[in-house]
Write a protein that binds this ligand. Structure first.
Ligand SMILES: Cc1ncc(COP(=O)(O)O)c(C=O)c1O
Length: 372
């Protein structure tokens, strides 16, 4: 059975992590010590940002960034096609989400959609952009420019986009801050974990305060200045992050090799998918294949399974404007109609950094038999 989850750690890497866990436990510095510093330093270097600050999750990273950027009592534009966490973070930061639709080509918004949203809601204060599946749309630099001109903050939700790159710039380094996730299914993992990347020293030091109960300046004494939380990453998670980061590029190459086999096959079979060839590199967290026939994703999942292929979670089958938890977030159905129609009509094949060429053949055969 080909599965969508693959933990990319060799036996040697696992032994190394176990040994390090012993060292950390004996040393007694379980949090905010040398491996956290090292992971942050290496991650910033990888993304190209001046600073990186680790947290316990991407959800808290988003909430902290939104709080620091002043989302409270203001409207924040966000794609409706995203994970619960993006919209929840806006609400928790005290803001009001304003949904943006997506394009059929990339399943993310584009400059026109953002402009339309800002014209319709002139009081929008900022944007929480989401690089769905790791896709950065071709006009994203124009989105950045537009936000600058309009004095809108722009935060990147990079939960899917480790290593994604457009015109030489990596996800998380385009604007006011990026938030990454290291949840187990992500392109790289620390079991649980998150990271903020930023070029602002002020933002970085406030994030450090927010993740540590509002204690500023590395002072772990009695004074709390910000209404932060206990959102730290542990030393062993940070060490695991270092092990994963070293091989992130290689892991993405394996994903890409699989997709390079699938793309010509899909084109030949006239099956649509979200393009990634405009990007310097795509993380390929998800490879999005659109389905046009009348079958439901549930039916397709069963068909694939009977052929030994377990389809991964999609991005996303139910957009946020249709999620029960967000029923109080107001929207005009006309403004989210592409997402309403197309979100339920896509699948993501189980491509991971463990996918073999035999797996790709089996996945392609299943696609040919189930989708056409
Ligand atoms: C787009 C997006 N943003 C944020 C998150 C939240 O990440 P975490 O689980 O690390 O809090 C996720 C998680 O799946 C996600 O897909």
């Amino acid at each position: 059975m080909i599965n969508p989850f693959y933990l990319d750690l060799t036996d040697r890497e696992i032994s190394d992590i176990q040994e390090k866990l012993g060292e950390i436990l004996h040393g007694g510095n379980l949090i905010l010590a040398k491996y956290t510093d090292e992971f942050e330093h290496e991650f910033a270097g990888y993304v190209g940002s001046k600073y990186a600050v680790s947290l316990n999750s991407c959800t808290s990273a988003l909430e902290v960034l939104l709080t620091i950027k002043g989302a409270k009592d203001r409207r924040v534009a966000v794609p409706t096609n995203t994970n619960f966490a993006s919209v929840a973070a806006i609400l928790r930061a005290g803001g009001t989400p304003v949904y943006m639709d997506m394009t059929i080509d990339y399943f993310v918004p584009n400059l026109d959609i953002l402009k339309f949203t800002v014209e319709k809601h002139p009081d929008v204060a900022g944007v929480l952009w989401v690089h769905i599946g790791g896709i950065i749309p071709p006009d994203f630099e124009k989105v950045v420019e537009f936000c600058r001109q309009k004095h809108l903050f722009l935060i990147e939700d990079c939960a899917h986009a480790h290593g994604s790159e457009l015109n030489g710039i990596k996800a998380g380094n385009f604007a006011d801050g990026g938030a990454f996730s290291f949840f187990p299914t992500k392109v790289m993992t620390t079991t649980e974990g998150g990271m903020i990347t930023t070029n602002s020293e002020k933002v970085a030091s406030r994030v450090k305060s927010f993740r540590n109960q509002g204690k500023r300046g590395g002072n772990y004494g009695g004074l709390h200045y910000d209404l932060g939380n206990s959102w730290r990453m542990s030393e062993i998670e940070a060490y695991m992050g270092l092990v994963q980061l070293v091989k992130l590029d290689e892991m993405i190459v394996v994903r890409r090799q699989a997709v390079d086999v699938l793309m010509p096959f899909l084109k030949e079979s006239k099956i649509d998918f979200c393009e990634i060839s405009h990007m310097g590199r795509a993380s390929l967290y998800k490879f999005i294949i659109r389905i046009e026939n009348e079958v439901t994703v549930g039916e397709l999942k069963e068909k694939f399974k009977s052929r030994g292929v377990v389809l991964g979670g999609s991005v996303y089958e139910v957009p946020c404007h249709m999620q029960p938890v967000f029923k109080d977030v107001r929207f005009d159905p006309e403004d989210v109609k592409v997402a309403t129609e197309l979100c339920p009509k896509h699948i993501c094949p189980p491509i991971t950094s463990g996918t073999t060429s035999e797996d790709v053949r089996q996945i392609a055969t299943a696609i040919g038999e189930c989708i056409r």
